[in-house]
Ligand binder design. Sequence first.
Ligand code: FMN
Length: 207
Amino acid sequence: MKKLLHIVATPRGKDSRTLEVSGEFLDVFKEKHGDWVVEELDLSKETLPSLSVKRVDGKYVVLSGKELSGELKESWEEIVAHIEKFLSADAYLISTPMWNFSIPYMLKHYIDIIIQPKYLFRYTTTGVEGLVKGKKMLVVASRGGDYSAEPMHSADFQEPYLRAIFGLVGIKDIDFIVAQPMDMGPALSGPNLLKAQALARQAAARF
Ligand SMILES: Cc1cc2nc3c(=O)[nH]c(=O)nc-3n(C[C@H](O)[C@H](O)[C@H](O)COP(=O)(O)O)c2cc1C
């Protein structure tokens, strides 16, 4: 069975506007893709391993091409478990609000854990080679303001960052559905939420 990993980066549960959009995607996705399993990773409920000095030291051992051993290897076990869960998926759905022009810290923490050399990418003499090949990603985002045009557009560090970091590891097929503005009154949030939900249903039908 194929697997869609749903990475949730909002702590707002039933009140989340982002999840109101990705929920529409999932309803259609599950209906159309009965041969897929959907696994949820709710980052606000997960205790992610901290990047302690041992774990950071471990990263440099891996970077140098050496094998981890002893205490460093032990401290890396939780990191490797998260990497393996990420790599076990065939496709990804990320549900994330914009926080301070970018992504919530728990999603950044997750990214700092899983984006590791040897596992997700490798350096070559000519640059970086992404090792996550042939996998799709959909990012469903919501924002309080509207970043579709200047002057706010230049402050959107969410979409470019996610495209860059997952692009680095080889995920090039990334779609974005953005519900915005969500905090500038119901006259704007209502129709724009519905618009994003319609896009989410269409994305699920062709995913
Ligand atoms: C800590 C925090 C920081 C935020 N920063 C921004 C921001 O920089 N720009 C913006 O447009 N909205 C910002 N917002 C508003 C959220 O992006 C917006 O309300 C979003 O729809 C919330 O999604 P959710 O309901 O799925 O959690 C912020 C909200 C929080 C809680």
